[in-house]
Design a protein around this ligand. Structure first.
Ligand SMILES: NC(=O)c1ccc[n+]([C@@H]2O[C@H](COP(=O)([O-])OP(=O)(O)OC[C@H]3O[C@@H](n4cnc5c(N)ncnc54)[C@H](OP(=O)(O)O)[C@@H]3O)[C@@H](O)[C@H]2O)c1
Length: 289
């Protein structure tokens, strides 16, 4: 099976390419931004018809949430129309299409883990553009999969954001700075290596619809940060604060944990608990041995 990966230099894309390649189960075609512009149907058609994949992981996105709020047109060009372009061409060439989406399609009102049947209600331009990408993918490529991930951490760091939350926390902690971390917005973090392993199994099983692909269970950013600091043996104060301490022009869900029940059924195994995934990440990055 041949699998093309858009956003192949990104935080998730890098590990999807590595895990797929190392599995020996698929041939991988990484597509960098230089090789494919998903906002252009012509570019997508040229890139995908040239490599003729059996499946496409569409991980490319404009996901700097603040910038999307300032420039919703660009957010829609990439996250919505880009998704449609990729899905359309997948449909033309008979490839299975996987669109990577986000927990930001929810508003948080549920205050319990969201499952795939819950109605989305995004609060930000980014969230609306990604939800549109979900709908456009599913309508242009029947049989496609929307894989929602959240609070991503992986060795390469987010290209658009210049790193990830854990690296930012550890940088401060290693500099001896005490930490104040938000403790009122539960979420389910996603280790890119684990998401990539799940996606590898999913492209062979080809489920259609939506799946939540995150580590479990829910935690707050404070709990996530405190665990990273503890695992690294760093002695700094870590204080829980409310999100009011970090004012933002972007409305974010106050609760965005995603249920892993349906994924566990689809894979016949659950995603591992986030503390185990975090430990593996810290080893991979050389923070601990
Ligand atoms: N990071 C998170 O916390 C998070 C949470 C939930 C969901 N997600 C979703 O997960 C996916 C992967 O995120 P990530 O953290 O891996 O992002 P990332 O590190 O910023 O990577 C995005 C990739 O997409 C490429 N790209 C951007 N615009 C493109 C375009 N118009 N055409 C083609 N390629 C383009 C980028 O290339 P250049 O850098 O060269 O432009 C980069 O390789 C995205 O769909 C995102 O919405 C992320």
């Amino acid at each position: 099976m041949k699998v093309a990966v858009t956003g192949s230099t990104g935080q998730l894309g890098t590990d999807v390419v590595q895990v797929f390649r190392e599995s020996g189960r698929v041939e991988v075609v990484p597509l960098t931004h230089e090789q494919i512009e998903i906002a252009s149907l012509e570019s997508v058609r040229a890139a995908l018809t040239a490599c003729k994949p059996d499946a496409v992981i569409n991980s490319a996105a404009f996901h700097q949430v603040d910038k999307c709020e300032d420039d919703p047109e660009q957010a829609f060009k990439v996250n919505a129309m880009g998704a449609w372009n990729v899905a359309r061409v997948c449909s033309e060439i008979g490839a299975y299409c996987v669109y990577i989406s986000t927990d930001y399609v929810f508003d948080g009102a549920k205050q319990l883990p969201y499952d795939e049947a819950d109605a989305p209600m995004p609060l930000s331009a980014y969230g609306v553009s990604k939800l549109s990408g979900e709908y456009l993918t599913r309508s242009a490529a029947p049989g496609s999969l929307v894989a929602r991930i959240a609070s991503v951490f992986g060795k390469s760091g987010a290209r658009g954001k210049g790193g990830n939350f854990i690296e930012a926390i550890l940088k401060k902690a290693k500099a001896g700075e005490n930490l104040k971390v938000v403790n009122d917005t539960p979420m389910t973090p996603t280790y890119t290596m684990d998401a990539a392993l799940a996606l590898l199994d999913l492209i062979h099983k080809r489920p259609a619809g939506i799946l939540h692909v995150t580590n479990q269970p829910a935690c707050t950013w404070f709990e996530f940060a405190r665990k990273a600091v503890e695992l690294c043996g760093l002695k700094v104060d870590c204080t829980p604060v409310t999100s009011d301490a970090f004012p933002s022009k972007v409305r974010r869900p106050t609760y965005s944990a995603l249920s892993g029940r349906r994924l566990a059924e689809a894979l016949s195994r659950p995603m591992r608990p986030w503390p185990e995934a975090l430990r593996a990440y810290l080893v991979e990055k050389g923070h601990i041995s």
